[in-house]
Structures are given as C-alpha cells and as structure tokens.
Ligand binder design. Structure first.
Ligand code: TMP
Length: 221
C-alpha cells in the first residue's frame, strides 16, 4: 500500500444489478482506478468470497436437489456471515478497500423481490449477521430486464438456478432494487447501465468522488 495512505480506514463499496448489467467489467475498472490512487483494494463477491462461501455458492446456484426459498435465503446469509467476519471486516480494519460484487441489497432484490419473501424476515437476518454494518457506498447498475437477458444470451454461458427464472421474476428483482435505491437515500447510487462501458465507469467514479475526497485521496478526476 502507498505509505501515505497506510493508516487510513478502508471503505466498503458494493456493486449491484441484474445478471448481465456489466458488474464484473465495472468492478475491474473501478479496482484499477482505485489502485492508481494508491488505494489497496480487495475484490470479492457474494455469494462467495471465502472457501465456505464459494462452496455454498456452488450449492445455491447449481444444486441438483430442490432448494426451497427459505433454505436459499439462509444459505445466502450463512455465506455472508462468514464473508463479513473473516474477510470484509478484517480487511477494512487493515485499511484496505473492499469491493464486493453484490451484498445484502441483492438479497432484498432477489429473495425479497424475486422470490417474494418477507422483507421483515430478511431484516431479521441482516441484523443477526451484520448488526449496523452496511456498505459505505453501493452502485446499482440499472438496465431494462430484456437488455440484461440479451446480454446473458450473447455470452452463451450455462444458466444457473437464479438466472433461469422467468421475466416476471427478473422484473420484480429490478423493481426491488430501485425501491432499495429510493429507501436507502444516498448510500445507493443508481447508474444507467445501458450507456457505453466507459460512460458507466465515469458515472461510478463520480459517485465515489466524495468518498475519495473526504479521505484525502484527491479530487477523484
Ligand atoms: P452473480 O452471478 O452476479 O455472481 O450472482 C449470483 C446469483 O446469486 C445472481 O443470480 C444473484 C443471486 N443472489 C441472490 O439471489 N441473493 C443474494 O443475496 C446474492 C448475493 C446473490
């Protein structure tokens, strides 16, 4: 890590959005950008991010046995608990910035919106696993459902248990994400993911400018 910034506390940034919204590309670009600012970045993902979490991810996304909605929700939070305790918090304490491809807003969107589970049940688990711990900033990459599906189809990868859900499910996921953006105020920034890659990257940089400035990492340009 850059000596000048060694004693600073890390920041926790999450990227959210539908499958096919360009999260992976944007996380890589953001990580490179932060590194050029002398920031030590750890990129991770959910479900996953630890050995146990990655094993649970495999089960959640590819189990041959049926998994009911409640089990899916509990597995998400089991993976998250391990991730928060063993990776995210220790790294933040060490001054690293953690960029996560998805976090709890995804649970509100997919299990809450998509699977129609009770928001209050998700909140109970959120409280159990995280207490007051939340991302410092969340970037929501928003795009019309049909466009996300087209991008996924072009990629031609095998479809998992969640990606195989129908259009109505995906529409509910999008709506639940937008609702999170409305409810969580400035923490969740909505970025138009239909724009070209470099424009989306600029918009994301713009959203984290204040975070960089407040920590003395320059003007974020
Ligand atoms: P990914 O393909 O973006 O890595 O995400 C894996 C899938 O897991 C994606 O379809 C969204 C889903 N998911 C949930 O349903 N709930 C969650 O809490 C998280 C983190 C992901």
């Amino acid at each position: 890590m850059n000596r000048k910034h060694r004693n600073k506390t890390g920041r926790f940034i999450t990227l959210e959005g539908a499958d096919g919204s360009g999260k992976s590309t944007q996380i890589a670009l953001l990580s490179d950008f932060l590194a050029t600012r002398g920031i030590d970045v750890h990129v991770t993902r959910e479900p996953g991010g630890t050995r146990l979490g990655e094993a649970l991810r495999e089960i959640i996304l590819h189990s041959a046995d049926p998994i009911d909605d409640k089990v899916e929700l509990l597995l998400m939070f089991a993976a998250r608990s391990q991730h928060v305790t063993n990776v995210i918090k220790p790294r933040l304490s060490n001054g690293q910035w953690v960029l996560s491809d998805r976090f709890t807003d995804a649970t509100f969107a997919y299990q809450g919106g998509g699977r129609r589970m009770e928001v209050k049940d998700i909140e109970v688990l959120q409280n159990l696993v995280q207490g007051d711990f939340r991302p410092d900033k969340t970037i929501l990459l928003d795009l019309p459902v049909e466009q996300g599906i087209r991008r996924l189809t072009h990629r031609g990868e095998a479809v998992d248990r969640i990606e195989e859900q129908d259009l109505a499910f995906k529409q509910r996921v999008r709506e639940a994400y937008v609702e999170r953006h409305r409810q969580c105020g400035s923490r969740i920034a909505l970025v138009d993911a239909t724009a070209p890659i470099h424009e989306v990257h600029e918009a994301i940089k713009n959203e984290i400018k204040d975070l960089l400035n407040s920590l003395g990492y320059g003007n974020g340009d």
